[in-house]
Design a protein around this ligand. Structure first.
Ligand SMILES: *[C@@H]1O[C@H](CO)[C@@H](O)[C@H](O)[C@H]1NC(C)=O
Ligand SMILES: *[C@@H]1O[C@H](CO)[C@@H](O)[C@H](O)[C@H]1NC(C)=O
Ligand SMILES: *[C@@H]1O[C@H](CO)[C@@H](O)[C@H](O)[C@H]1NC(C)=O
Ligand SMILES: *[C@@H]1O[C@H](CO)[C@@H](O)[C@H](O)[C@H]1NC(C)=O
Ligand SMILES: *[C@@H]1O[C@H](CO)[C@@H](O)[C@H](O)[C@H]1NC(C)=O
Ligand SMILES: *[C@@H]1O[C@H](CO)[C@@H](O)[C@H](O)[C@H]1NC(C)=O
Length: 936
């Protein structure tokens, strides 16, 4: 019995204890409060911005749904509209509404704040309010972690019930970051439609640590304004355009882009929209767009989808988000109230009584409630991805990427290219590599000035060529980019004008109409202030002087010109006179051979100085051969000696003069450098008007003038002591005025307008005859002209040498890239090869003959006459031989006929047979000849 009863009791106890335990378990999960017996509807305090109409409509719709479908959920509703761009006004509005909302107290006060503001000052006011009042808040404010200023340092209590969920329109811009990173976009113009997007909080961090130059701007209202906006972006070299917007703004932008012809490979178009049904349309010729839009969740049936579309304003994803968020917030609060986690009569303070310490501690894990409720709720469009803390909760949706091509206003290509799961730092999933090519190809605008052989335009092939173009191509190899070349309209390198403005290539760079100025562009101090120069790509090039080559008059009979003609005549006269005198003396002198034949009959040489011998003697005396036997008589010898003396002196002076003459003619270079030019007045000289050389001389002259002024001021300074003044007392101006004089001389000469005029002046053509001209120009131009013209020559050293470099816009990142590339090319000696190609091995280089080359020896053109003399001598000798032969035969016949005296003379032996089957020279005529000789 007892045992039974006891067993029953124990069992009862067990049951009781288990029940208790069960209750106890329940108790711990629900907190320490007892399961409440009663609950009440949730009172909601809604803060919204004026501009956020979508939220207004959605929230209104959600409240209606709550009222209709979830009876007992919704209690009092307060709705505050704030001016999002005014913080004090907003805070005041909120505080006033709040004060009146909590004034009745008890169960009528708000339990939950729904903060539907987006961003900006009003939103900040709102978040500062919710943080201070410590009311459970579900906020749809924009911003990643830390972006909501007043929610940055929440304590543990606040963290549980101040919850922010990122809305779709806050997340979508994040895809730009991923695109920029994955497609390597170097520049981005991000335009957004203010209706749907707020970017204020994104300015700083959207592309933080991404090497993308970007500009974020709101899209203008009209197509014309958008065009202007796009042109401005283009001027800043931004060629990838992103749009965050709806259908209207897309069309506006694309139409603007099309009318500016910002299409093709050099431009990138990216449209990001929240409207899942939108396809861009525009009156475009040919444009390729990368479109990203959210993916519509598959609805269970078409009716539901239709009703959703009907209920919500566009963009659907945003309005559905606000709708869901309202339902979620109210439901979660309702469950907290039901569970007793939230008191039926919460205590609140108002803005006036807030003193930073008196805020109540809520001890409510609102986040957990939200997460639980959202699990059981089917989202209208996109669910919510809950994270651990604010900045991590966000809408959970997917964006699909499409490649769109619009040709002649029709979409001709619609290709899916990948997707993006919305989130912070979520990478793109690219399925079609084509989208990687959608980014604008970097194409730099190169501005050039023609200057052979650096930059030249080939009319036939319609291509640019030259040293600089080759250099650019070589740089392209190390850092790939495309370029388009344009010649600057005014064909100027760019110089600073009096009014401080620039012209030429410099102006194009300053106005950002070009990226690269490429030519034989000098690095100059004043240019360096407005553009950036790369490292030099060429040697230092200065100014130089060019003149016509001195035409050394060549003459075959130069050796005759050594003595003047009258000297030659005098010598000739002296020769005849002396020869005649000698003959006369020999004839008359009693001591001569012919008058004393017996006396000298034993001598070896018996020379009879008849007239012929005299001429022969005098002639040969002048040559190194000597004259042979001299006359025997003293008077004749005196004549001979005098002649020898005369001959010796004449020959010596002739020889000396000939050598000097041939040398002097080769060394005749009047001008060797600038100093030589400045010291003479015969040769005119000038650079082209307004050329760099012109400004060089102008500046030098100006500087000299200024020095002179300073010197004058110094020496006329009355305040100097006598000693000091004595130190300055010199008669001469101690600084040179070379350039002043030169510039003055140039002014008087007149500056040529262009190279052609300068060349005509150098060549002394037309009206410039009889004026020698020296042209001063940059050395590479002169070098090129000398290379292509044989009659020109460069004179002297270059002066004012400066390097050539490529110019880029000030602050352009190209500078460093180009510097690297050029240094690499320098190291590889590529630039040297290029230089050889365009100078040494240039096909247009003229191979001038060396006729006038001054460094060589005596040329055949000067000495050739001597050979002519031999030639003429030989011809004369031959003629004489022929004559002799003819004369002999003729004479022989005559004697045969007349006398027939075949007397043989002793000379027979000495006469040799004539070769070549001619008759051997007969001997019998000799006497006749000697007779003839003596007769002569
Ligand atoms: C929507 O806007 C209207 C007019 O601005 C306002 O009266 C109403 O309270 C707003 N509704 C919500 C839910 O904010
Ligand atoms: C909102 O506040 C800004 C800044 O104070 C003010 O300029 C603007 O006029 C206000 N808007 C309205 C509709 O009052
Ligand atoms: C982007 O740059 C990275 C690193 O330079 C490179 O590996 C990648 O291939 C590039 N992507 C594209 C699409 O050019
Ligand atoms: C459109 O442009 C693409 C390249 O940008 C080209 O391949 C295509 O032929 C163009 N289509 C028309 C109709 O011009
Ligand atoms: C992208 O462009 C590059 C160079 O123009 C080309 O070689 C490549 O095939 C293109 N890729 C696709 C997928 O079109
Ligand atoms: C190119 O050729 C055309 C006609 O053949 C000529 O008018 C033009 O001046 C030439 N341009 C240059 C830069 O030589």
């Amino acid at each position: 019995m007892i045992s039974d009863c006891c067993i029953a009791k124990i069992y009862m106890l067990y049951v009781l204890s288990t029940t208790f335990i069960v209750y106890g378990v329940e108790d711990t999960t629900d907190g320490h409060t007892q399961k409440p017996t009663q609950s009440r509807p949730v009172n909601v305090f809604i803060i919204n911005g004026w501009k956020n109409e979508v939220a207004n409509i959605s929230v209104t719709s959600a409240l209606k749904t709550l009222g209709e479908k979830y009876s007992g959920h919704l209690g009092n509703v307060w709705s505050v509209q704030i001016n999002e761009s005014d913080s004090t006004e907003s805070l005041e509005t909120i505080c006033n509404a709040w004060s009146s909302a909590i004034s009745k107290g008890g169960t009528t006060v708000p339990d939950l704040i729904l903060d539907m503001t987006m961003a900006d000052l009003g939103a900040e006011a709102s978040s500062s309010f919710t943080a201070a009042m410590r009311v459970p808040t579900l906020s749809a404010q924009f911003g990643q972690e830390g972006d909501i200023h007043y929610w940055r340092d929440l304590d543990l209590d606040q963290k549980n019930y101040l919850i922010q969920v990122m809305s779709p329109n806050d997340l979508v811009p994040e895809v730009i970051r991923q695109l920029a990173i994955q497609i390597n976009i170097t520049n981005a113009g991000i335009l957004y439609d203010k209706k749907d997007f707020v970017m204020i909080h994104k300015y700083k961090n959207l592309l933080l640590n991404v090497p993308t130059r970007h500009i974020i701007n709101d899209l203008q209202n009209t197509v014309d304004n958008v065009k202007e906006q796009l042109s401005k972006l283009r001027d800043l070299d931004v060629v990838n355009y992103f749009l965050l917007g709806d259908e209207d703004s897309t069309n506006k932008l694309l139409n603007a882009g099309n009318s500016l012809s910002f299409t093709g490979r050099k431009y990138g178009w990216f449209i990001l929209t929240l409207n899942e049904e939108m396809w861009p349309s525009c009156a475009c010729e040919n444009i390729t767009i990368l479109l990203l839009k959210p993916e519509m969740p598959t609805m269970s049936d078409e009716n539901q989808a239709e009703s959703v579309r009907a209920k919500f304003p566009k963009p659907l994803i945003t309005s559905a988000f606000y709708y869901d968020l309202t339902l979620l917030g109210v439901s979660a609060m309702k469950s907290a109230l039901d569970n007793g986690d939230w008191p039926l009569e919460p205590s609140h303070i108002d803005c006036n009584s807030y003193d930073e310490t008196n805020t109540p501690t809520r001890d409510l894990d609102f986040l957990a409630k939200l997460m639980t409720v959202s699990k059981n709720m089917t989202p209208t469009y996109a669910g919510i991805n809950w994270g651990k803390k604010n900045g991590e909760h966000h809408t959970d949706f997917k964006m699909i990427m499409y490649m769109i091509n619009i040709e002649r206003e029709k979409i001709t290509l619609k290709e899916e290219g990948g997707d993006w799961q919305a989130g912070i730092e979520m990478p793109l999933q690219v399925t079609n590599e084509k989208i990687m090519n959608n980014t604008a190809v970097t194409s730099y605008r190169v501005i050039v000035v023609q200057h052979p052989p650096f930059v030249m335009y080939d009319n036939k092939t319609e291509k640019w060529e030259g040293f600089c173009i080759d250099l650019l191509n070589a740089i392209c190899e190390t850092m790939p980019f495309e370029y388009e070349i344009r010649e600057v309209e005014d064909r100027e390198y760019g110089s600073l004008k009096e009014n401080g403005s620039w012209n030429g290539m410099m102006k194009e760079l300053i106005d950002k109409r070009a990226d690269i100025a490429l030519s034989s562009l000098w690095v100059m101090a004043e240019r360096e202030k407005v553009v950036d120069f790369t490292v030099p790509f060429y040697d230092l090039v200065g100014l130089s002087i060019m003149m016509q080559k001195t035409k050394t008059s060549t003459s075959l009979f130069k050796f005759l010109t050594v003595l003047e003609n009258n000297v030659w005549f005098c010598i000739l006269a002296a020769y005849f006179f002396t020869s005649f005198l000698m003959w006369l003396f020999d004839r008359w002198s009693p001591y001569s051979y012919q008058n004393n034949r017996d006396k000298y009959k034993d001598d070896d040489e018996k020379r009879e100085f008849n007239l012929r011998e005299c001429f022969w003697f005098c002639m040969t005396s002048l040559t190194p051969q000597g004259g042979g036997e001299a006359p025997k008589n003293l008077s004749g010898r005196l004549v001979a000696a005098t002649w020898w003396l005369f001959g010796f002196i004449i020959i010596a002076s002739y020889t000396a003069n000939l050598a000097a003459f041939l040398t002097v003619s080769r060394l005749e270079i009047p001008i060797e450098n600038l100093d030589d030019l400045s010291k003479q007045y015969k040769i005119q000289y000038a650079p082209i008007r307004n050329s760099p050389a012109y400004s060089y001389f102008q500046r030098m002259a100006d500087i000299e003038t200024r020095f002179y002024e300073i010197w004058k001021d110094m020496s006329l300074n009355d305040s100097l002591s006598d000693v000091e003044r004595a130190k300055l007392a010199v008669w001469d101006y101690p600084v040179s005025d070379k350039y002043t004089k030169m510039f003055q001389a140039m002014k008087e000469t007149g500056f040529p307008a262009d190279i052609d005029e300068a060349l005509r002046r150098i060549r002394q053509e037309d009206e410039y005859e009889n004026n020698e001209f020296a042209f001063i120009e940059d050395a590479s131009t002169i070098k090129y002209l000398v290379m292509t013209n044989c009659d020109l020559t460069q004179i002297g050293e270059e002066f004012s040498r400066k390097p050539y470099a490529i110019a880029v816009q000030q602050g352009s990142p190209l500078k460093d890239q180009f510097n690297n590339a050029i240094l690499i090319l320098l190291n590889k000696r590529r630039l040297e090869k290029l230089k050889d190609k365009w100078w040494k091995h240039n096909p247009i280089k003229k191979n001038c003959d060396l006729k006038n080359d001054q460094s060589d020896g005596i040329s055949i053109y000067n000495i050739g006459g001597v050979f002519l003399v031999i030639f003429v001598g030989i011809i004369f000798a031959c003629l004489t031989l022929a004559f002799e032969y003819w004369y002999y035969r003729h004479q022989a016949k005559v004697t045969e006929l007349n006398q027939a005296t075949p007397s043989k003379l002793k000379m027979t032996k000495t006469i040799k047979p004539i070769r070549f089957n001619l008759h051997p020279a007969p001997t019998h005529g000799f006497q006749t000849i000697s007779q003839f000789r003596s007769r002569f």
